[in-house]
Design a protein around this ligand. Sequence first.
Ligand code: UD1
Length: 374
Amino acid sequence: MKKIIFVAGARPNFMKIAPLLRALKHSAAVRPVIVHTGQHYDNNMSAAFFSDLGIDQPHYNLEVGSGTHAEQTAAIMTRIEKVCLTEKPQTVVVVGDVNSTIAAGLVAKKLGICLAHVEAGLRSRDLSMPEEINRMATDAITDLFFTTEPEAKRNLLAEGHPAEHIHFVGNVMVDNLLFQLGKCRRRPPSGRAAAIKKRLPRRYLCLTLHRPSNVDIREVMTGIVTALDTVAKKVPIVFPCHPRTRAKIDAFGLSGKFSSTGKSDKPLTSGICITDPLGFNDFLYLWKDAAAVVTDSGGLQEETTALNIPCITIRNNTERPITVSTGSNVLAGTDPARIVALIEKVLLGGWKKSSVPKLWDGKASERIAAILTR
Ligand code: UD1
C-alpha cells in the first residue's frame, strides 16, 4: 500500500485536500496521512473548516502558528521533516501557494520523496506577492504537476518541465464547491449565516479582503473602503473579515465605516456589515445568492466562475486568467472609481456573459486519485 502525506496549513488549503481525501477514502492502494501545519489556528480559520468540509482529524498538527515568512516557513520545515522521516511516505502532496506548500515541498524533495503539486503552474508574474514566490519555487522542484487550466501547462512547459509530468485534471476547489453546495441546498445552515441572510434584502454583495498589498497599506485600504462605502449606501455588503484585515481596520482608524451584523433582527439594508470569519458552508450560503462578490481571494475568483456569479477582483493581476477570459471575473485593481463603476455595472445588470472552464466538473479529485494510485 502506498503511503501519501497530504499537507494543509492555511484556510484555502482545506477546501483543496477535502475532496482529494474523499476520493481516496476507500482506496485499497493508498493510505493517506494528513498533516496540518498549523499556519492557521483560530477555530474559525481552521478547525471549523475541518468539520464543515468533513476532513478527518489530522494525523499530525505541527502547530507552527504565525510569524514572519522566514520564521513560519522554517518552523514548518523543521517539524514536517520529522514526520517524513517517521512516516517514510512514497509521495507528499502539497496544494496551492501558501507558506506551508513551499515549506513541505522543500523538505519532501530533499528527502528524495516524490513531490506532487495540486494547482501547479499558475503564475501572476507579480513577485511582490509571497504566493507567487511560493508557486514558482514549489513548481521548480515538483515531480508531478496537477493543473486546473491550459495556461498552467503552457507556463510549466516554458519553464522546462516535461509534458509527461503535467496532468490537466480540472479544479479540486470546484469539486469541493459542488459537493458542499449540494449539502447546503439539502440542509441550509441554521446558525449565524442564516440569521444574517434573513435580514438581507434580495440584492446584496459579499466581500472578502485580506491581501497584504490591499490591507497593509493605509492609502490603498482607505481607498478601497471609501469606494465600498459609496456603493453600500445603495446595497448592503456582507463582509466576513480576516484577522489580518480586522487589525488593519483598527490601526488605520477605519472602523467607523463598518457596521456590525450584531445580534439584532433589524434589516440590513445598507452599509458594510462586518462579521468574524465564517465557516465554508456559512459563507457559501450567503455568497451563492449575492448579486456579486468583491474579493482579493484566489479561490473565490474560481468559485464564482464555477457558479457564474459576477466577481470583481481587487487586484491588478491574477494567476487564474481563465476566470477572466472565460469566467465571470473582472480585475478592478485598487482604483476607487473603477471599483465603484464595476459594481454599478453589475447592479445595472450589465455584466459579461461567462461560462464554466473545461474540466471544472467536480471530478478533478477522482482524476488525481487515479494517477496517484497508479
Ligand atoms: C495566508 C496565505 C495566503 C492565503 C491566506 C488565506 C501565505 C504566504 N499566505 O495569508 O496566500 O490567501 O492565508 O487566509 O501563506 N491570524 C490569526 N489567526 C489565524 C491565522 C492568522 O489571527 O488562524 C492572523 C495573525 O495575525 C497572522 C495574520 O493573520 O499574523 C496573517 O496570517 P498568515 O498565515 O501569515 O497569512 P494570511 O494573511 O492568512
